[in-house]
Design a binder for this molecule. Structure first.
Ligand code: NDP
Length: 461
């Protein structure tokens, strides 16, 4: 039997070995989900909603233990894991409040004996391939509304967060979701690939651009609904009239929270020359104040990276930035002292004198590192912010809302922040433009995305 070893990125210790779902097993589980989906969809929405509400209650009751599971396998500081779980509960409240509306049919015409109606029906069996950085958020954005809408979900957690995936299944099943209606598959990319080869009615993927492109290529001829939530290289502009210290404190957190491993982490900063020096000073001071430590300790802000391989990406970006005139103001290397020798520890890193030729300002870093470039005008900042194929989020710091809106309107990104950053709301659509993805989750639209319309043309004989 092939096994997946789950280890702790803080010290490389082995947590558990889990049996991998091989392709034959994947096919069997999808067939079982197919059989179970019809009866699940036939149950009234109110019953499914009650089950999901019960699931939320168990998550709330077991939150400290669930946070520990997540922290041990990803290295995410315990406080951040708890924040994620609390935020997830808020999202469930939103989904429950809007499920009925998302499923509601509509009569759009009634005249001369002819009626026209729109019915919303579930997609069927969906495959959900998910990332490790916020598994409750990105997994839950899919499986909660999908289950509410009457779909069966076959969920492939990342190899770096499989125990959290198994916890989700345990709690969903205990709350009353039938075993075959929510199925977890354990494995590496090959298990995800085997899932995609099955007859599915929808594929919802969260992960990197490279994997997303591979999946889009494989799924293209299949005519299956495909949503992709991919990476970003999210920029923020600090205007000449911004408070440089307040902006720096907010943006340092936006860049370093969860060790920068958020799809909407602030990765590029463009700062007007009028406030540049003060801003840079305050960012460095704030970042130096972030406490690195045992992720299990409540007061730790910076934990290890989840993936060891990302350290090389960060080292290469630092070296490239240095060779092109970048100035490393703090960090820039693997962490030393108590963090040396084991685990995936990298110092929080701030580099200024950055320019668009640097990999640091072009390629997703996905780590505790941020580049800063000085700009001379709003127009230059807008051009820089749009100089990317990604388009997930972007931000503007200024006291002037009109200015923020004028600038924001010219930025190609699915979400725009004014004086805030690294923020996701269940009430708003979460969508990437360009290489950041296709389709959306969250908001009312992100619930009905798990249904399809059936158009009824009805004439009485
Ligand atoms: P990956 O693309 O490496 O992996 C994502 C998922 O795909 C994992 O479950 C992975 O399995 C699986 N997978 C890998 N290869 C294949 C394949 N050939 N066929 C099917 N499935 C496959 O991304 P990460 O997990 O490292 O996540 C980080 C990325 O996710 C970042 O780019 C980040 O920006 C993005 N992201 C985007 C979000 C958004 O909302 N836009 C939210 C969160 C993250 P395994 O892990 O076992 O290899």
């Amino acid at each position: 039997m092939n096994l997946l070893s789950v280890s702790n990125p803080a010290d490389d210790s082995l947590i558990e070995r889990l049996p991998i779902d091989e392709p034959a097993r994947v096919a069997q589980r999808v067939a079982e989900a197919r059989r179970a989906q019809g009866p699940w969809a036939l149950r009234p929405l109110s019953e499914r909603a009650q089950i999901i509400a019960g699931f939320a209650q168990s998550v709330r009751a077991q939150l400290p233990a669930l946070a520990q599971v997540l922290t041990r396998e990803t290295g995410k500081p315990l406080a951040h894991s708890s924040n994620e779980l609390n935020g997830f509960l808020g999202r469930i409240d939103f989904f429950l409040a809007h499920a009925e509306q998302a499923m509601a049919g509509e009569q759009v015409f009634d005249a001369d004996g002819m009626r026209e109606q729109i019915e919303r029906v579930p997609l069927g069996v969906i495959g959900n391939i998910s990332a490790w950085n916020y598994p409750w958020f990105v997994g839950g954005n899919v499986f909660v509304p999908a289950l509410l809408m009457g779909n069966a979900v076959v969920y492939k957690p990342s190899e770096f967060a499989p125990r959290t995936g198994l916890e989700m299944a345990r709690l969903l099943h205990a709350a009353g979701v039938p075993d075959d209606v929510f199925v977890v598959l354990i494995g590496f990319g090959a298990t995800g690939q085997a899932l995609l080869e099955q007859p599915l009615d929808g594929v919802f993927f969260t992960g990197s651009l490279a994997t997303g492109q591979r999946i889009a290529q494989a799924m293209g001829p299949r005519m299956v609904k495909l949503q992709l939530e991919l990476g970003g290289k999210d920029p923020t502009y600090v205007c000449a009239d911004a408070d440089p210290v307040a902006a720096a404190q907010s943006l340092a957190d936006g860049a370093m929270y969860n060790a920068g491993q958020s799809c909407c982490s602030v990765e590029r900063l463009y700062v007007h020359e009028a406030v540049y020096e003060r801003f840079v000073e305050a960012v460095v001071e704030t970042v130096r104040g972030f406490k690195m430590g045992d992720p299990m300790a409540q007061d730790t802000y910076l934990g290890p990276l989840t993936r060891a391989a990302q350290i090389e990406v960060l080292q290469a970006q630092v070296a490239d930035a240095r060779s092109r005139g970048g100035r490393v103001l703090t960090g820039g290397a693997r962490a030393t002292g108590p963090f040396a020798g084991k685990g995936n520890w990298f110092e929080a890193t701030v580099i200024d004198r950055a320019d668009p030729s640097m990999a640091l300002m072009r390629d997703e870093s996905f780590g505790p590192i941020v580049g800063i470039e000085k700009v001379a005008s709003d127009e230059q900042a807008i051009a820089r912010m749009n100089d990317t194929a990604y388009g997930l989020t972007a931000g503007v710091y200024t006291p002037d809302e009109q200015r923020a809106r004028r600038i924001g309107a010219q930025i190609r990104a699915g979400s725009l922040y004014w004086n805030c950053c690294d923020r996701v709301s269940p009430r708003l659509p979460w969508s990437g433009w360009g290489h950041s993805g296709v389709g959306l989750t969250l908001s009312r639209e992100g619930i009905s995305t798990f249904t399809r319309p059936k158009a009824w043309h009805l004439r009485k004989a």
